[in-house]
Design a protein around this ligand. Structure first.
Ligand code: HEC
Ligand code: HEC
Ligand code: HEC
Ligand code: HEC
Ligand code: HEC
Length: 389
């Protein structure tokens, strides 16, 4: 069914529409109501001035308070202003090319607009009318920015004075996310895989991105309206119900070896719908193991890193400057990888930590930024049973 759906999106859609399919405005007589302070911008295609029905998240928050609060806490809200992003923009000859996903409406509303500064804001997703493959098979979104229609999963919602409703089954499909969460970079020696969430997820038979990342809650969708059962979470990485059941987990088993030493086996299981770590090459998951003696002394220390590393001549570089994949030790979706270590018999306690860092030390150094602190994902430990005297 997933494959059929992907094919439909790939081949079955009309060519991407240009700006707005319904003429400017959307209110009576084709003009927006005076009460609306929609952002006004210029049509990028150079067809003269056009009225854009786009608002800042501040307006949306008047009725969609919960969606707006969650979105503000998400990376999407920071997509145009992150420190790593800002540093990496300086390493590319075509920074405007990054806008396609980091601030998709910037070209229409202008760099000074709130809608542009909001990066992947409400409008960036809810004015998406279609996602279709271009001639190279790359999924791209087309935006309806003039009709004041907000596209979403509801098909029974009544048009409202502020905006019309846009019943859009696409908004419950992974391909919506895939319009941005897949990127092949044209390196000097050939294409390099940068973001691969879409293709990795398409190879699984699991649930959609939304069912893990935007798990539904019961609650009102708009202030004062009757509650609905599937209100979508907009944090995306919150310790939400569905996410909590998937992701990366480590299990530790310690057994006695043949010659008095100990055998430790750590099983790392990835139950996310894509490889982990996902996202930016250079993002790392680090598994560390400490073996402690009875007096607390460190008797063994081991570490293994899971990451996709791009660079040139074996030296790690940001993807914008890379020409080859140096290594890829990420955990595939569904994979259980077992790491085995032999520890001295005097070890009485084993501690295993799994942590994530947003960028490798090498890239942070190259970019001249401070790497954000590591985030602990999980810690498991083992204590030796007391010996009989
Ligand atoms: C004045 C109130 C109001 C404002 C402001 C508002 N909305 Fe809505 N919106 C509603 C109502 C009412 C519904 C329908 C709720 C229901 O039926 O449960 C809705 C529904 C939606 C839906 C679902 C549409 C569908 O067919 O699935 C989306 C998406 C949406 N709004 C996005 C936005 C965005 C983006 C903004 C800011 C640009 C915004 N809204 C501003 C009142 C508002
Ligand atoms: C218009 C482009 C676009 C669309 C559509 C989009 N994303 Fe994103 N997403 C981004 C960008 C850009 C970032 C990175 C923001 C940053 O950290 O600078 C991001 C970040 C994320 C993150 C956080 C990653 C992290 O490292 O913390 C998650 C999770 C995510 N997106 C999931 C989704 C899901 C699920 C969907 C579909 C419902 C989706 N995205 C749709 C562009 C998009
Ligand atoms: C990364 C894309 C993305 C961004 C950014 C985003 N949304 Fe959504 N939104 C979605 C998707 C996808 C759904 C439907 C999820 C599903 O069907 O499981 C949705 C659903 C909705 C709905 C329909 C009711 C519901 O809860 O399902 C409303 C209303 C809504 N969003 C409002 C907003 C507002 C307001 C903002 C900004 C503060 C915003 N969204 C930002 C992708 C986005
Ligand atoms: C089976 C559930 C599941 C599905 C399906 C799924 N994800 Fe995830 N995803 C996760 C979990 C769990 C994480 C890790 C969350 C964490 O680290 O807190 C994650 C992490 C991410 C991240 C951030 C990576 C990082 O290391 O911080 C992005 C981006 C992302 N997912 C995008 C997507 C997109 C896009 C899709 C669909 C094409 C998708 N996911 C499908 C469960 C899922
Ligand atoms: C096809 C869409 C797309 C394009 C084009 C794109 N990005 Fe991204 N970018 C994403 C997505 C999606 C994420 C979120 C994945 C994640 O971090 O988990 C992201 C994340 C990032 C991050 C990580 C941010 C953080 O704080 O962790 C950086 C840095 C970045 N992109 C830089 C760039 C630069 C520089 C360009 C232009 C040369 C660019 N991107 C072009 C989609 C895109």
């Amino acid at each position: 069914m997933r494959a059929a759906e992907a094919r439909r999106l790939r081949w079955g859609l009309l060519p991407a529409l240009a700006l707005g399919c319904e003429g400017p405005g959307g209110g009576e007589a084709g003009r927006p109501r005076a009460a609306l302070t929609h952002e006004i911008g210029r049509e990028a295609a150079g067809r003269g001035e056009a009225t854009l029905s786009l608002s800042s998240a501040i307006r949306c928050a008047e009725c969609h308070e919960d969606h707006a609060r969650e979105w503000r806490g998400s990376r999407h809200a920071a997509a145009a202003e992150g420190a790593i992003y800002a540093a990496m923009l300086k390493t590319t000859a075509d920074p405007a090319g990054c806008d396609r996903c980091h601030s998709p409406l910037k070209g229409l509303v202008g760099a000074g607009s709130a809608v542009a500064a909001e990066g992947v804001g409400c409008e960036a997703c809810h004015s998406i009318a279609k996602v279709a493959a271009d001639e190279r098979g790359v999924l791209a979104a087309s935006f309806d920015v003039a009709s004041a229609r907000k596209y979403g999963p509801l098909c029974d919602a009544q048009d409202h004075y502020f905006h019309k409703m846009g019943c859009s089954p696409l908004h419950s499909e992974g391909e919506l996310c895939g319009a941005c969460h897949e990127l092949e970079w044209p390196g000097p020696k050939g294409p390099l895989p940068v973001f691969t969430e879409l293709s990795e997820w398409q190879a699984t038979a699991g649930p959609t991105c939304q069912s893990c990342h935007m798990a539904g809650r019961t609650g009102e969708v708009a202030r004062g309206w009757p509650g609905r059962s599937g209100r979508s979470e907009h944090w995306l990485l919150a310790e939400g119900d569905a996410l909590a059941g998937t992701g990366i987990a480590a299990a530790l088993a310690v057994t006695a070896g043949a010659r008095g030493e100990l055998a430790a086996a750590v099983t790392v299981h990835n139950s996310a719908g894509h490889g982990m770590p996902a996202g930016l090459p250079g993002r790392r998951l680090t598994l560390t193991l400490l073996g402690l003696g009875a007096d607390g002394a460190v008797l063994a220390e081991e570490a293994v890193v899971y990451a996709r590393t791009l660079g040139s001549d074996g030296v790690e570089l940001p993807f914008t400057a890379a020409s080859e994949v140096i290594s890829d030790s990420r955990l595939a979706s569904g994979e259980r990888r077992i790491e085995r270590w032999t520890l001295p018999g005097a070890v009485t306690q084993v501690r295993v930590r799994l942590s994530e860092s947003r960028i490798s030390p090498a890239q942070a150094l190259w970019l001249g930024i401070e790497a954000p602190p590591e985030r602990l994902i999980e810690e498991v430990s083992w204590t030796a049973p007391r010996r009989r005297r």
